[in-house]
Ligand binder design. Sequence first.
Ligand code: HEC
Ligand code: HEC
Length: 208
Amino acid sequence: MKQTITLLSCLFTVGLCSQSVNAQAQQTSKTPPEIVRSSCYMCHSTHGNNPDLAFIPRLAAQNSTYIEEQLMAFRDGSRADPPATIYMWPIAQGLSGDQIKQTAAWFAAQSPPKPFQPDSSASEGREIFLKGVLKADVPACASCHGPKADGNGIFPRLASQNAQYLLAQLRYFRSGVRNDKNADIMKQIALHLTDSQMSAVANYLSTL
Ligand code: HEC
Ligand code: HEC
């Protein structure tokens, strides 16, 4: 409850919150758990597995390479969807290269989050994940993200991620507003998926 209140007061006074978070991260010589506790936990939770709001991604067990790439993309402004600009840009500005590496390693080392319950679109989502959409030239998601969707290197883990977050990202790739280094790979895929296919595959991924 206390965490929810901190988070909500943060979200309602975003500028303020981001600035104080930013200032805290800039203090040097903090250990990774200290950086996470002062600058990340109020949105991502300390172990990256249980945010209160569905548009905030789970970071537990995410690949460290991918996390580093994204923090640099928030820092250089190439990942420019609205939640990124509002919440992550100010925070990433306050992180040094070393802190990016340390927080990425911290979240990558946490246990994977618990999956969500399947809904009625699960079987359609599973089909897209394992086989793609042949007619629309969409390759199987599993071919890059791995058969268990646990990712590797630049390919993010998608398993047990919040469905609403995943769906939003597919739309940001499609519109081009998420335009970081490797985003074009996903843009070509997102352009060929319908909204209902996006929703089905996002829901399925959250259950893995
Ligand atoms: C005020 C809330 C807030 C705080 C504090 C915060 N984040 Fe975030 N973070 C978000 C939101 C919202 C997103 C989703 C951005 C989007 O939709 O593009 C996000 C996205 C991310 C992503 C991208 C994940 C992915 O799957 O692509 C990473 C990595 C990340 N945050 C790391 C951190 C780290 C490390 C810290 C602490 C140094 C931190 N965040 C602090 C709200 C926050
Ligand atoms: C050819 C390889 C490839 C295939 C196939 C692929 N992806 Fe991706 N995907 C990527 C890469 C690379 C990224 C990271 C993009 C970046 O860094 O911005 C990514 C990122 C994502 C993200 C953002 C995750 C996050 O945490 O923000 C989602 C969602 C996603 N992919 C869903 C899918 C779905 C659904 C499919 C199948 C329909 C799919 N991907 C197929 C390569 C692929």
